[in-house]
Design a protein around this ligand. Sequence first.
Ligand SMILES: Nc1nc2c(ncn2[C@@H]2O[C@H](COP(=O)(O)OP(=O)(O)O)[C@@H](O)[C@H]2O)c(=O)[nH]1
Ligand SMILES: [Mg+2]
Length: 335
Amino acid sequence: MARRRQVSPEDVLAGDRRALARALTLVENDAPAKRPLLEALYPHSGAAHVIGVTGAPGTGKSSLVNRMALELRQQGRTVGIVAVDPTSPFSGGAILGDRIRMRDLSGDPGIFIRSMASRGSLGGLARTTYDVVSVMAAAGFDVVLVETVGAGQSETEVATLAQTTIVVEAPGLGDDIQALKAGILEIADILVVNKADDPRSASTARALQAMLDLGTERPHTLHHGQLIAVVTPPGAPDTGWQVPIQLTNAHNGEGVPDLLDQAAAHRASLTRSGAQATRARAKAAVEVDGLLRDALLAHLLEAIPPERLQQVIGAVAARQTTPHAAVETLMDDLP
Ligand SMILES: Nc1nc2c(ncn2[C@@H]2O[C@H](COP(=O)(O)OP(=O)(O)O)[C@@H](O)[C@H]2O)c(=O)[nH]1
Ligand SMILES: [Mg+2]
């Protein structure tokens, strides 16, 4: 059994789908074999065009990804899909509908779909998603589409996951354009108003255009207090890219070829302007920063004996000390 679980990176690089599926499982499960596998695959993960598709639940991201994949296949390009499914905190399972719709595509060898169950912390999920996307990219797909849920997820992580980020909005979804403005809009390279068959879509597009015209600056120094603020080179060249607003109908595919043209144009502009390198650096910084935090935390926690921790927790529970003072006491113990 143990032998069967081994995955040869060469097989993954050669496009062997079973090897890819096993590699992704190793990565998702954080198995010991993950590290050497990633070492071998990571250098080959830079060629695919990774396109992130994000936005509020119900805007039609899964349907749109499905359509984009079909269209890309018609253009003769191979597609990897990573779907980070929303989960109910109670069921812990991925929403079934997504998987079913994705199945429309599953008879085609030019498409590979991986649905990730988002268990555990969002930070942990984001880190696993980075690795899953790297493995998918190394498997030689022309395009890797990544569907993520916008709500509640770190914009920084969504933005750096992909070379091109598509933010999907839909008409009449609680008029939450104000919420969009709070962060997710800033990460959009392309804005999509999906459900173009809805008569309200034109006014939604106008509202978004008005917001773009107000001038949203793309943040180059990302979140405060993170390492990336230090390692992202200042004065990063921008692309001069104008964020387009594209209407799509994911049911009949209208607007999807144009959307793909825009995604390709965006990638070309990244290459032309040199922003490609800046973004690659920002992505690397986010990844290193996240892993470093995990490693440091684990390392420091090891230094605290469990009984000492229990004792302090007990003191807080008995109101003999405050949680703040308790943490300070524990910190004093650290090397
Ligand atoms: N009318 C209309 N409905 C759509 C369109 N795209 C998706 N939907 C529907 O919107 C709902 C949510 O779609 P889904 O792809 O699961 O959205 P997600 O939660 O963003 O992944 C489903 O009932 C879809 O059939 C569209 O272009 N027009
Ligand atoms: Mg979905």
